[in-house]
Write a protein that binds this ligand. Structure first.
Ligand code: NI
Length: 152
């Protein structure tokens, strides 16, 4: 299961200037990629890279509370799949705040499920969904918001 990072707006207040050393060719590659991705400044790209790092490392703490999304795709002709998904959604240890159903094609559906709970339980929910026969894709997107990320 892949983990993605949601880009989060951040305040320009309370910023710190740092300097660090990095191999030149690595920096060149980084700048090239940041440019291709549309970043206007190196600082912004590095900040986002730090968020990726934070997200990955933070995942090791299974006890933290997270909000997030589980994105699934499935063939709705698969026998019992809707019943199995609904059953799991009603019998999990997490809170499901909302879900969005998208009819992708004649056969395939996609759902974005807004989840909240302990990371351990959110992961378990996503893993159980993934194991349902007929689920073509299941991605967990946890959101870790920095307390000071809010723009005031
Ligand atoms: Ni559908």
């Amino acid at each position: 299961m892949n983990m993605y990072v949601i880009a989060i707006m951040y305040s320009e207040k309370n910023v710190e200037r740092i300097s660090f050393t990095v191999p030149s060719d690595f920096l060149q590659e980084f700048d090239k990629l940041a440019d291709e991705l549309g970043y206007k400044s190196r600082s912004h790209a590095i900040s986002d890279a730090m968020r990726v790092f934070f997200n990955e490392k933070k995942q090791t703490d299974e006890n933290i509370e997270v909000d997030g999304f589980v994105i699934i795709a499935y063939n709705h002709h698969q026998r019992n799949i809707l019943e199995e998904i609904t059953h799991l959604e009603h019998h999990s240890e997490i809170t499901i705040n909302s879900s969005l159903h998208i009819h992708v094609s004649e056969e395939n559906c996609s759902e974005v499920i807004a989840v909240k709970g302990k990371l351990e339980n959110v992961r378990s929910f996503a893993n159980k969904l993934q194991s349902i026969k007929g689920i073509l894709l299941c991605e967990l997107v946890p959101l870790y918001l920095f307390p000071k990320d809010a723009i005031d």
